[in-house]
Design a protein around this ligand. Structure first.
Ligand SMILES: [Zn+2]
Length: 260
């Protein structure tokens, strides 16, 4: 049956094309929780939902579903440590206004608030990489900026591609500078952006350090495919855990406890 053999060989080739770049990523070391870490509260906002579908892959997978998958995977991993209580702003396929989402983080008295999204750039199907966004107008802006730096460093250390050009397509698409969501890169080497003008409602009333992470591009075929695998999801989730713990332990949010 040469046809069956040919199909099988093609499937193996596709599998290797998807998996080899994942296997080559540097391993994320197991996170060591310091003495005094206690139990932290994280609220994760899986972006979009319901009729607000977000971006989509070329085969029609919606960003809202992928964001929720990553949020659930991160919640599972963190809660398995016994060091976290994690709440999602939505745990089903429904929309809620962006302005309502950070209020949920406040209601749970979260230590940290994390919005998870995936990016898209329809005119340039080769743009790829992650970006971390904090908002100049938010409460706790300076701590959120440090939080963004630590999260970006953790994702970069895990071998993920930094996207240093994110502001450009947004500025091109929104020709009116008064309504354009303005992004400016705030870090020389890592893709950490500050969003200055419109639509800071994504995090605005949140009182704790809060960032939005675009984990990858759905419009890049390679990233859209790789990030749908369990291996990549696990890898990203480990890097996010390392970043969350790293920020809390390096910013005096965790009391130093003597080793005994
Ligand atoms: Zn989104």
């Amino acid at each position: 049956m040469p046809v069956v053999g040919g199909v099988f060989a093609a499937l193996i080739v596709v599998y290797l094309i998807v998996m080899i770049p994942i296997w080559r990523l540097p391993a994320v070391p197991e996170v060591v929780y310091p003495n005094g870490f206690g139990v932290k509260v994280l609220v994760i906002d899986p972006g979009h939902g319901g009729e607000n579908e977000g971006a989509r892959t070329w085969w029609g997978e919606r960003e809202k579903a992928r964001n929720l998958r990553y949020a659930r995977a991160l919640k599972r991993r963190l809660e398995a440590t016994g060091r976290w209580v994690v709440h999602l702003t939505r745990d089903e396929d429904r929309d809620l206004p962006n302005s309502a989402r950070p209020l949920i983080a406040n209601a749970f008295h979260a230590d940290l608030y994390l919005c998870l999204h995936a990016n898209a750039n329809a005119p340039d199907l080769t743009q790829r990489g992650f970006a971390v966004i904090w908002y100049l107008a938010q409460d706790n802006a300076e701590r959120s900026h440090r939080f963004a730096d630590v999260m970006a460093a953790s994702l970069a250390a895990a071998g993920l591609t930094p996207d240093r050009t994110m502001g450009r397509p947004f500025m091109v698409r929104h020709a009116d500078p008064d309504t354009a969501p303005a992004y400016a890169l705030t870090h020389d080497t890592l893709p950490v952006y500050v969003r200055e003008r419109t639509d800071h409602r994504m995090v605005y009333p949140a009182t704790m350090p809060a960032v939005l992470i675009e984990t990858h591009y759905l419009t890049d075929l390679g990233e859209a495919t790789r990030f749908t695998t369990k291996a990549m999801t696990d890898h990203v989730v480990r890097a996010l855990e390392a970043g969350l713990v790293g920020f809390l332990t390096t910013n005096n949010d965790v009391a130093e406890a003597p080793h005994s």
